[in-house]
Unconditional design. Sequence first.
Length: 149
Amino acid sequence: MNKIEVFIQVEEEIKELETVKEVLYSALEKEKLDNTTFNLIIVDKNYIHELNKTYRKIDRVTDVITFALEDEDSLVLPSTERILGDIYICLDRAKEQAEEYGHSFLRELSFLAVHGFYHLLGYDHMTEEEEKIMFAKQEEVLKDYGITR
């Protein structure tokens, strides 16, 4: 059984998170993953700025950061459960980007969550080819769930 834990570290109710979780569960299904766990953590600008500065050496706010446990070659978990890691999403940036891109907050929050999910699975967008593959997967998940621009 798959499990997504959601932690909200902001003083705001986010009604869209239930739908975002459903979208993420559909992504797990689409990737044929079972017995997989990861965390979705909603934070503010200050928190994600500090994470970006500390762990990526980039001194600015960002929209999403992932910490994938499977990136660590020396990490061996004695379990049949697959623990992917953590997705941190900046609530402030998600709101700003939804407005900037002219789509709903649900669309932006879902996009960032699915984007983070594919990073946890090892996908990246450092080259044009990698970006094509990763973004096609993301868009397919969102489209299948009925979340469009």
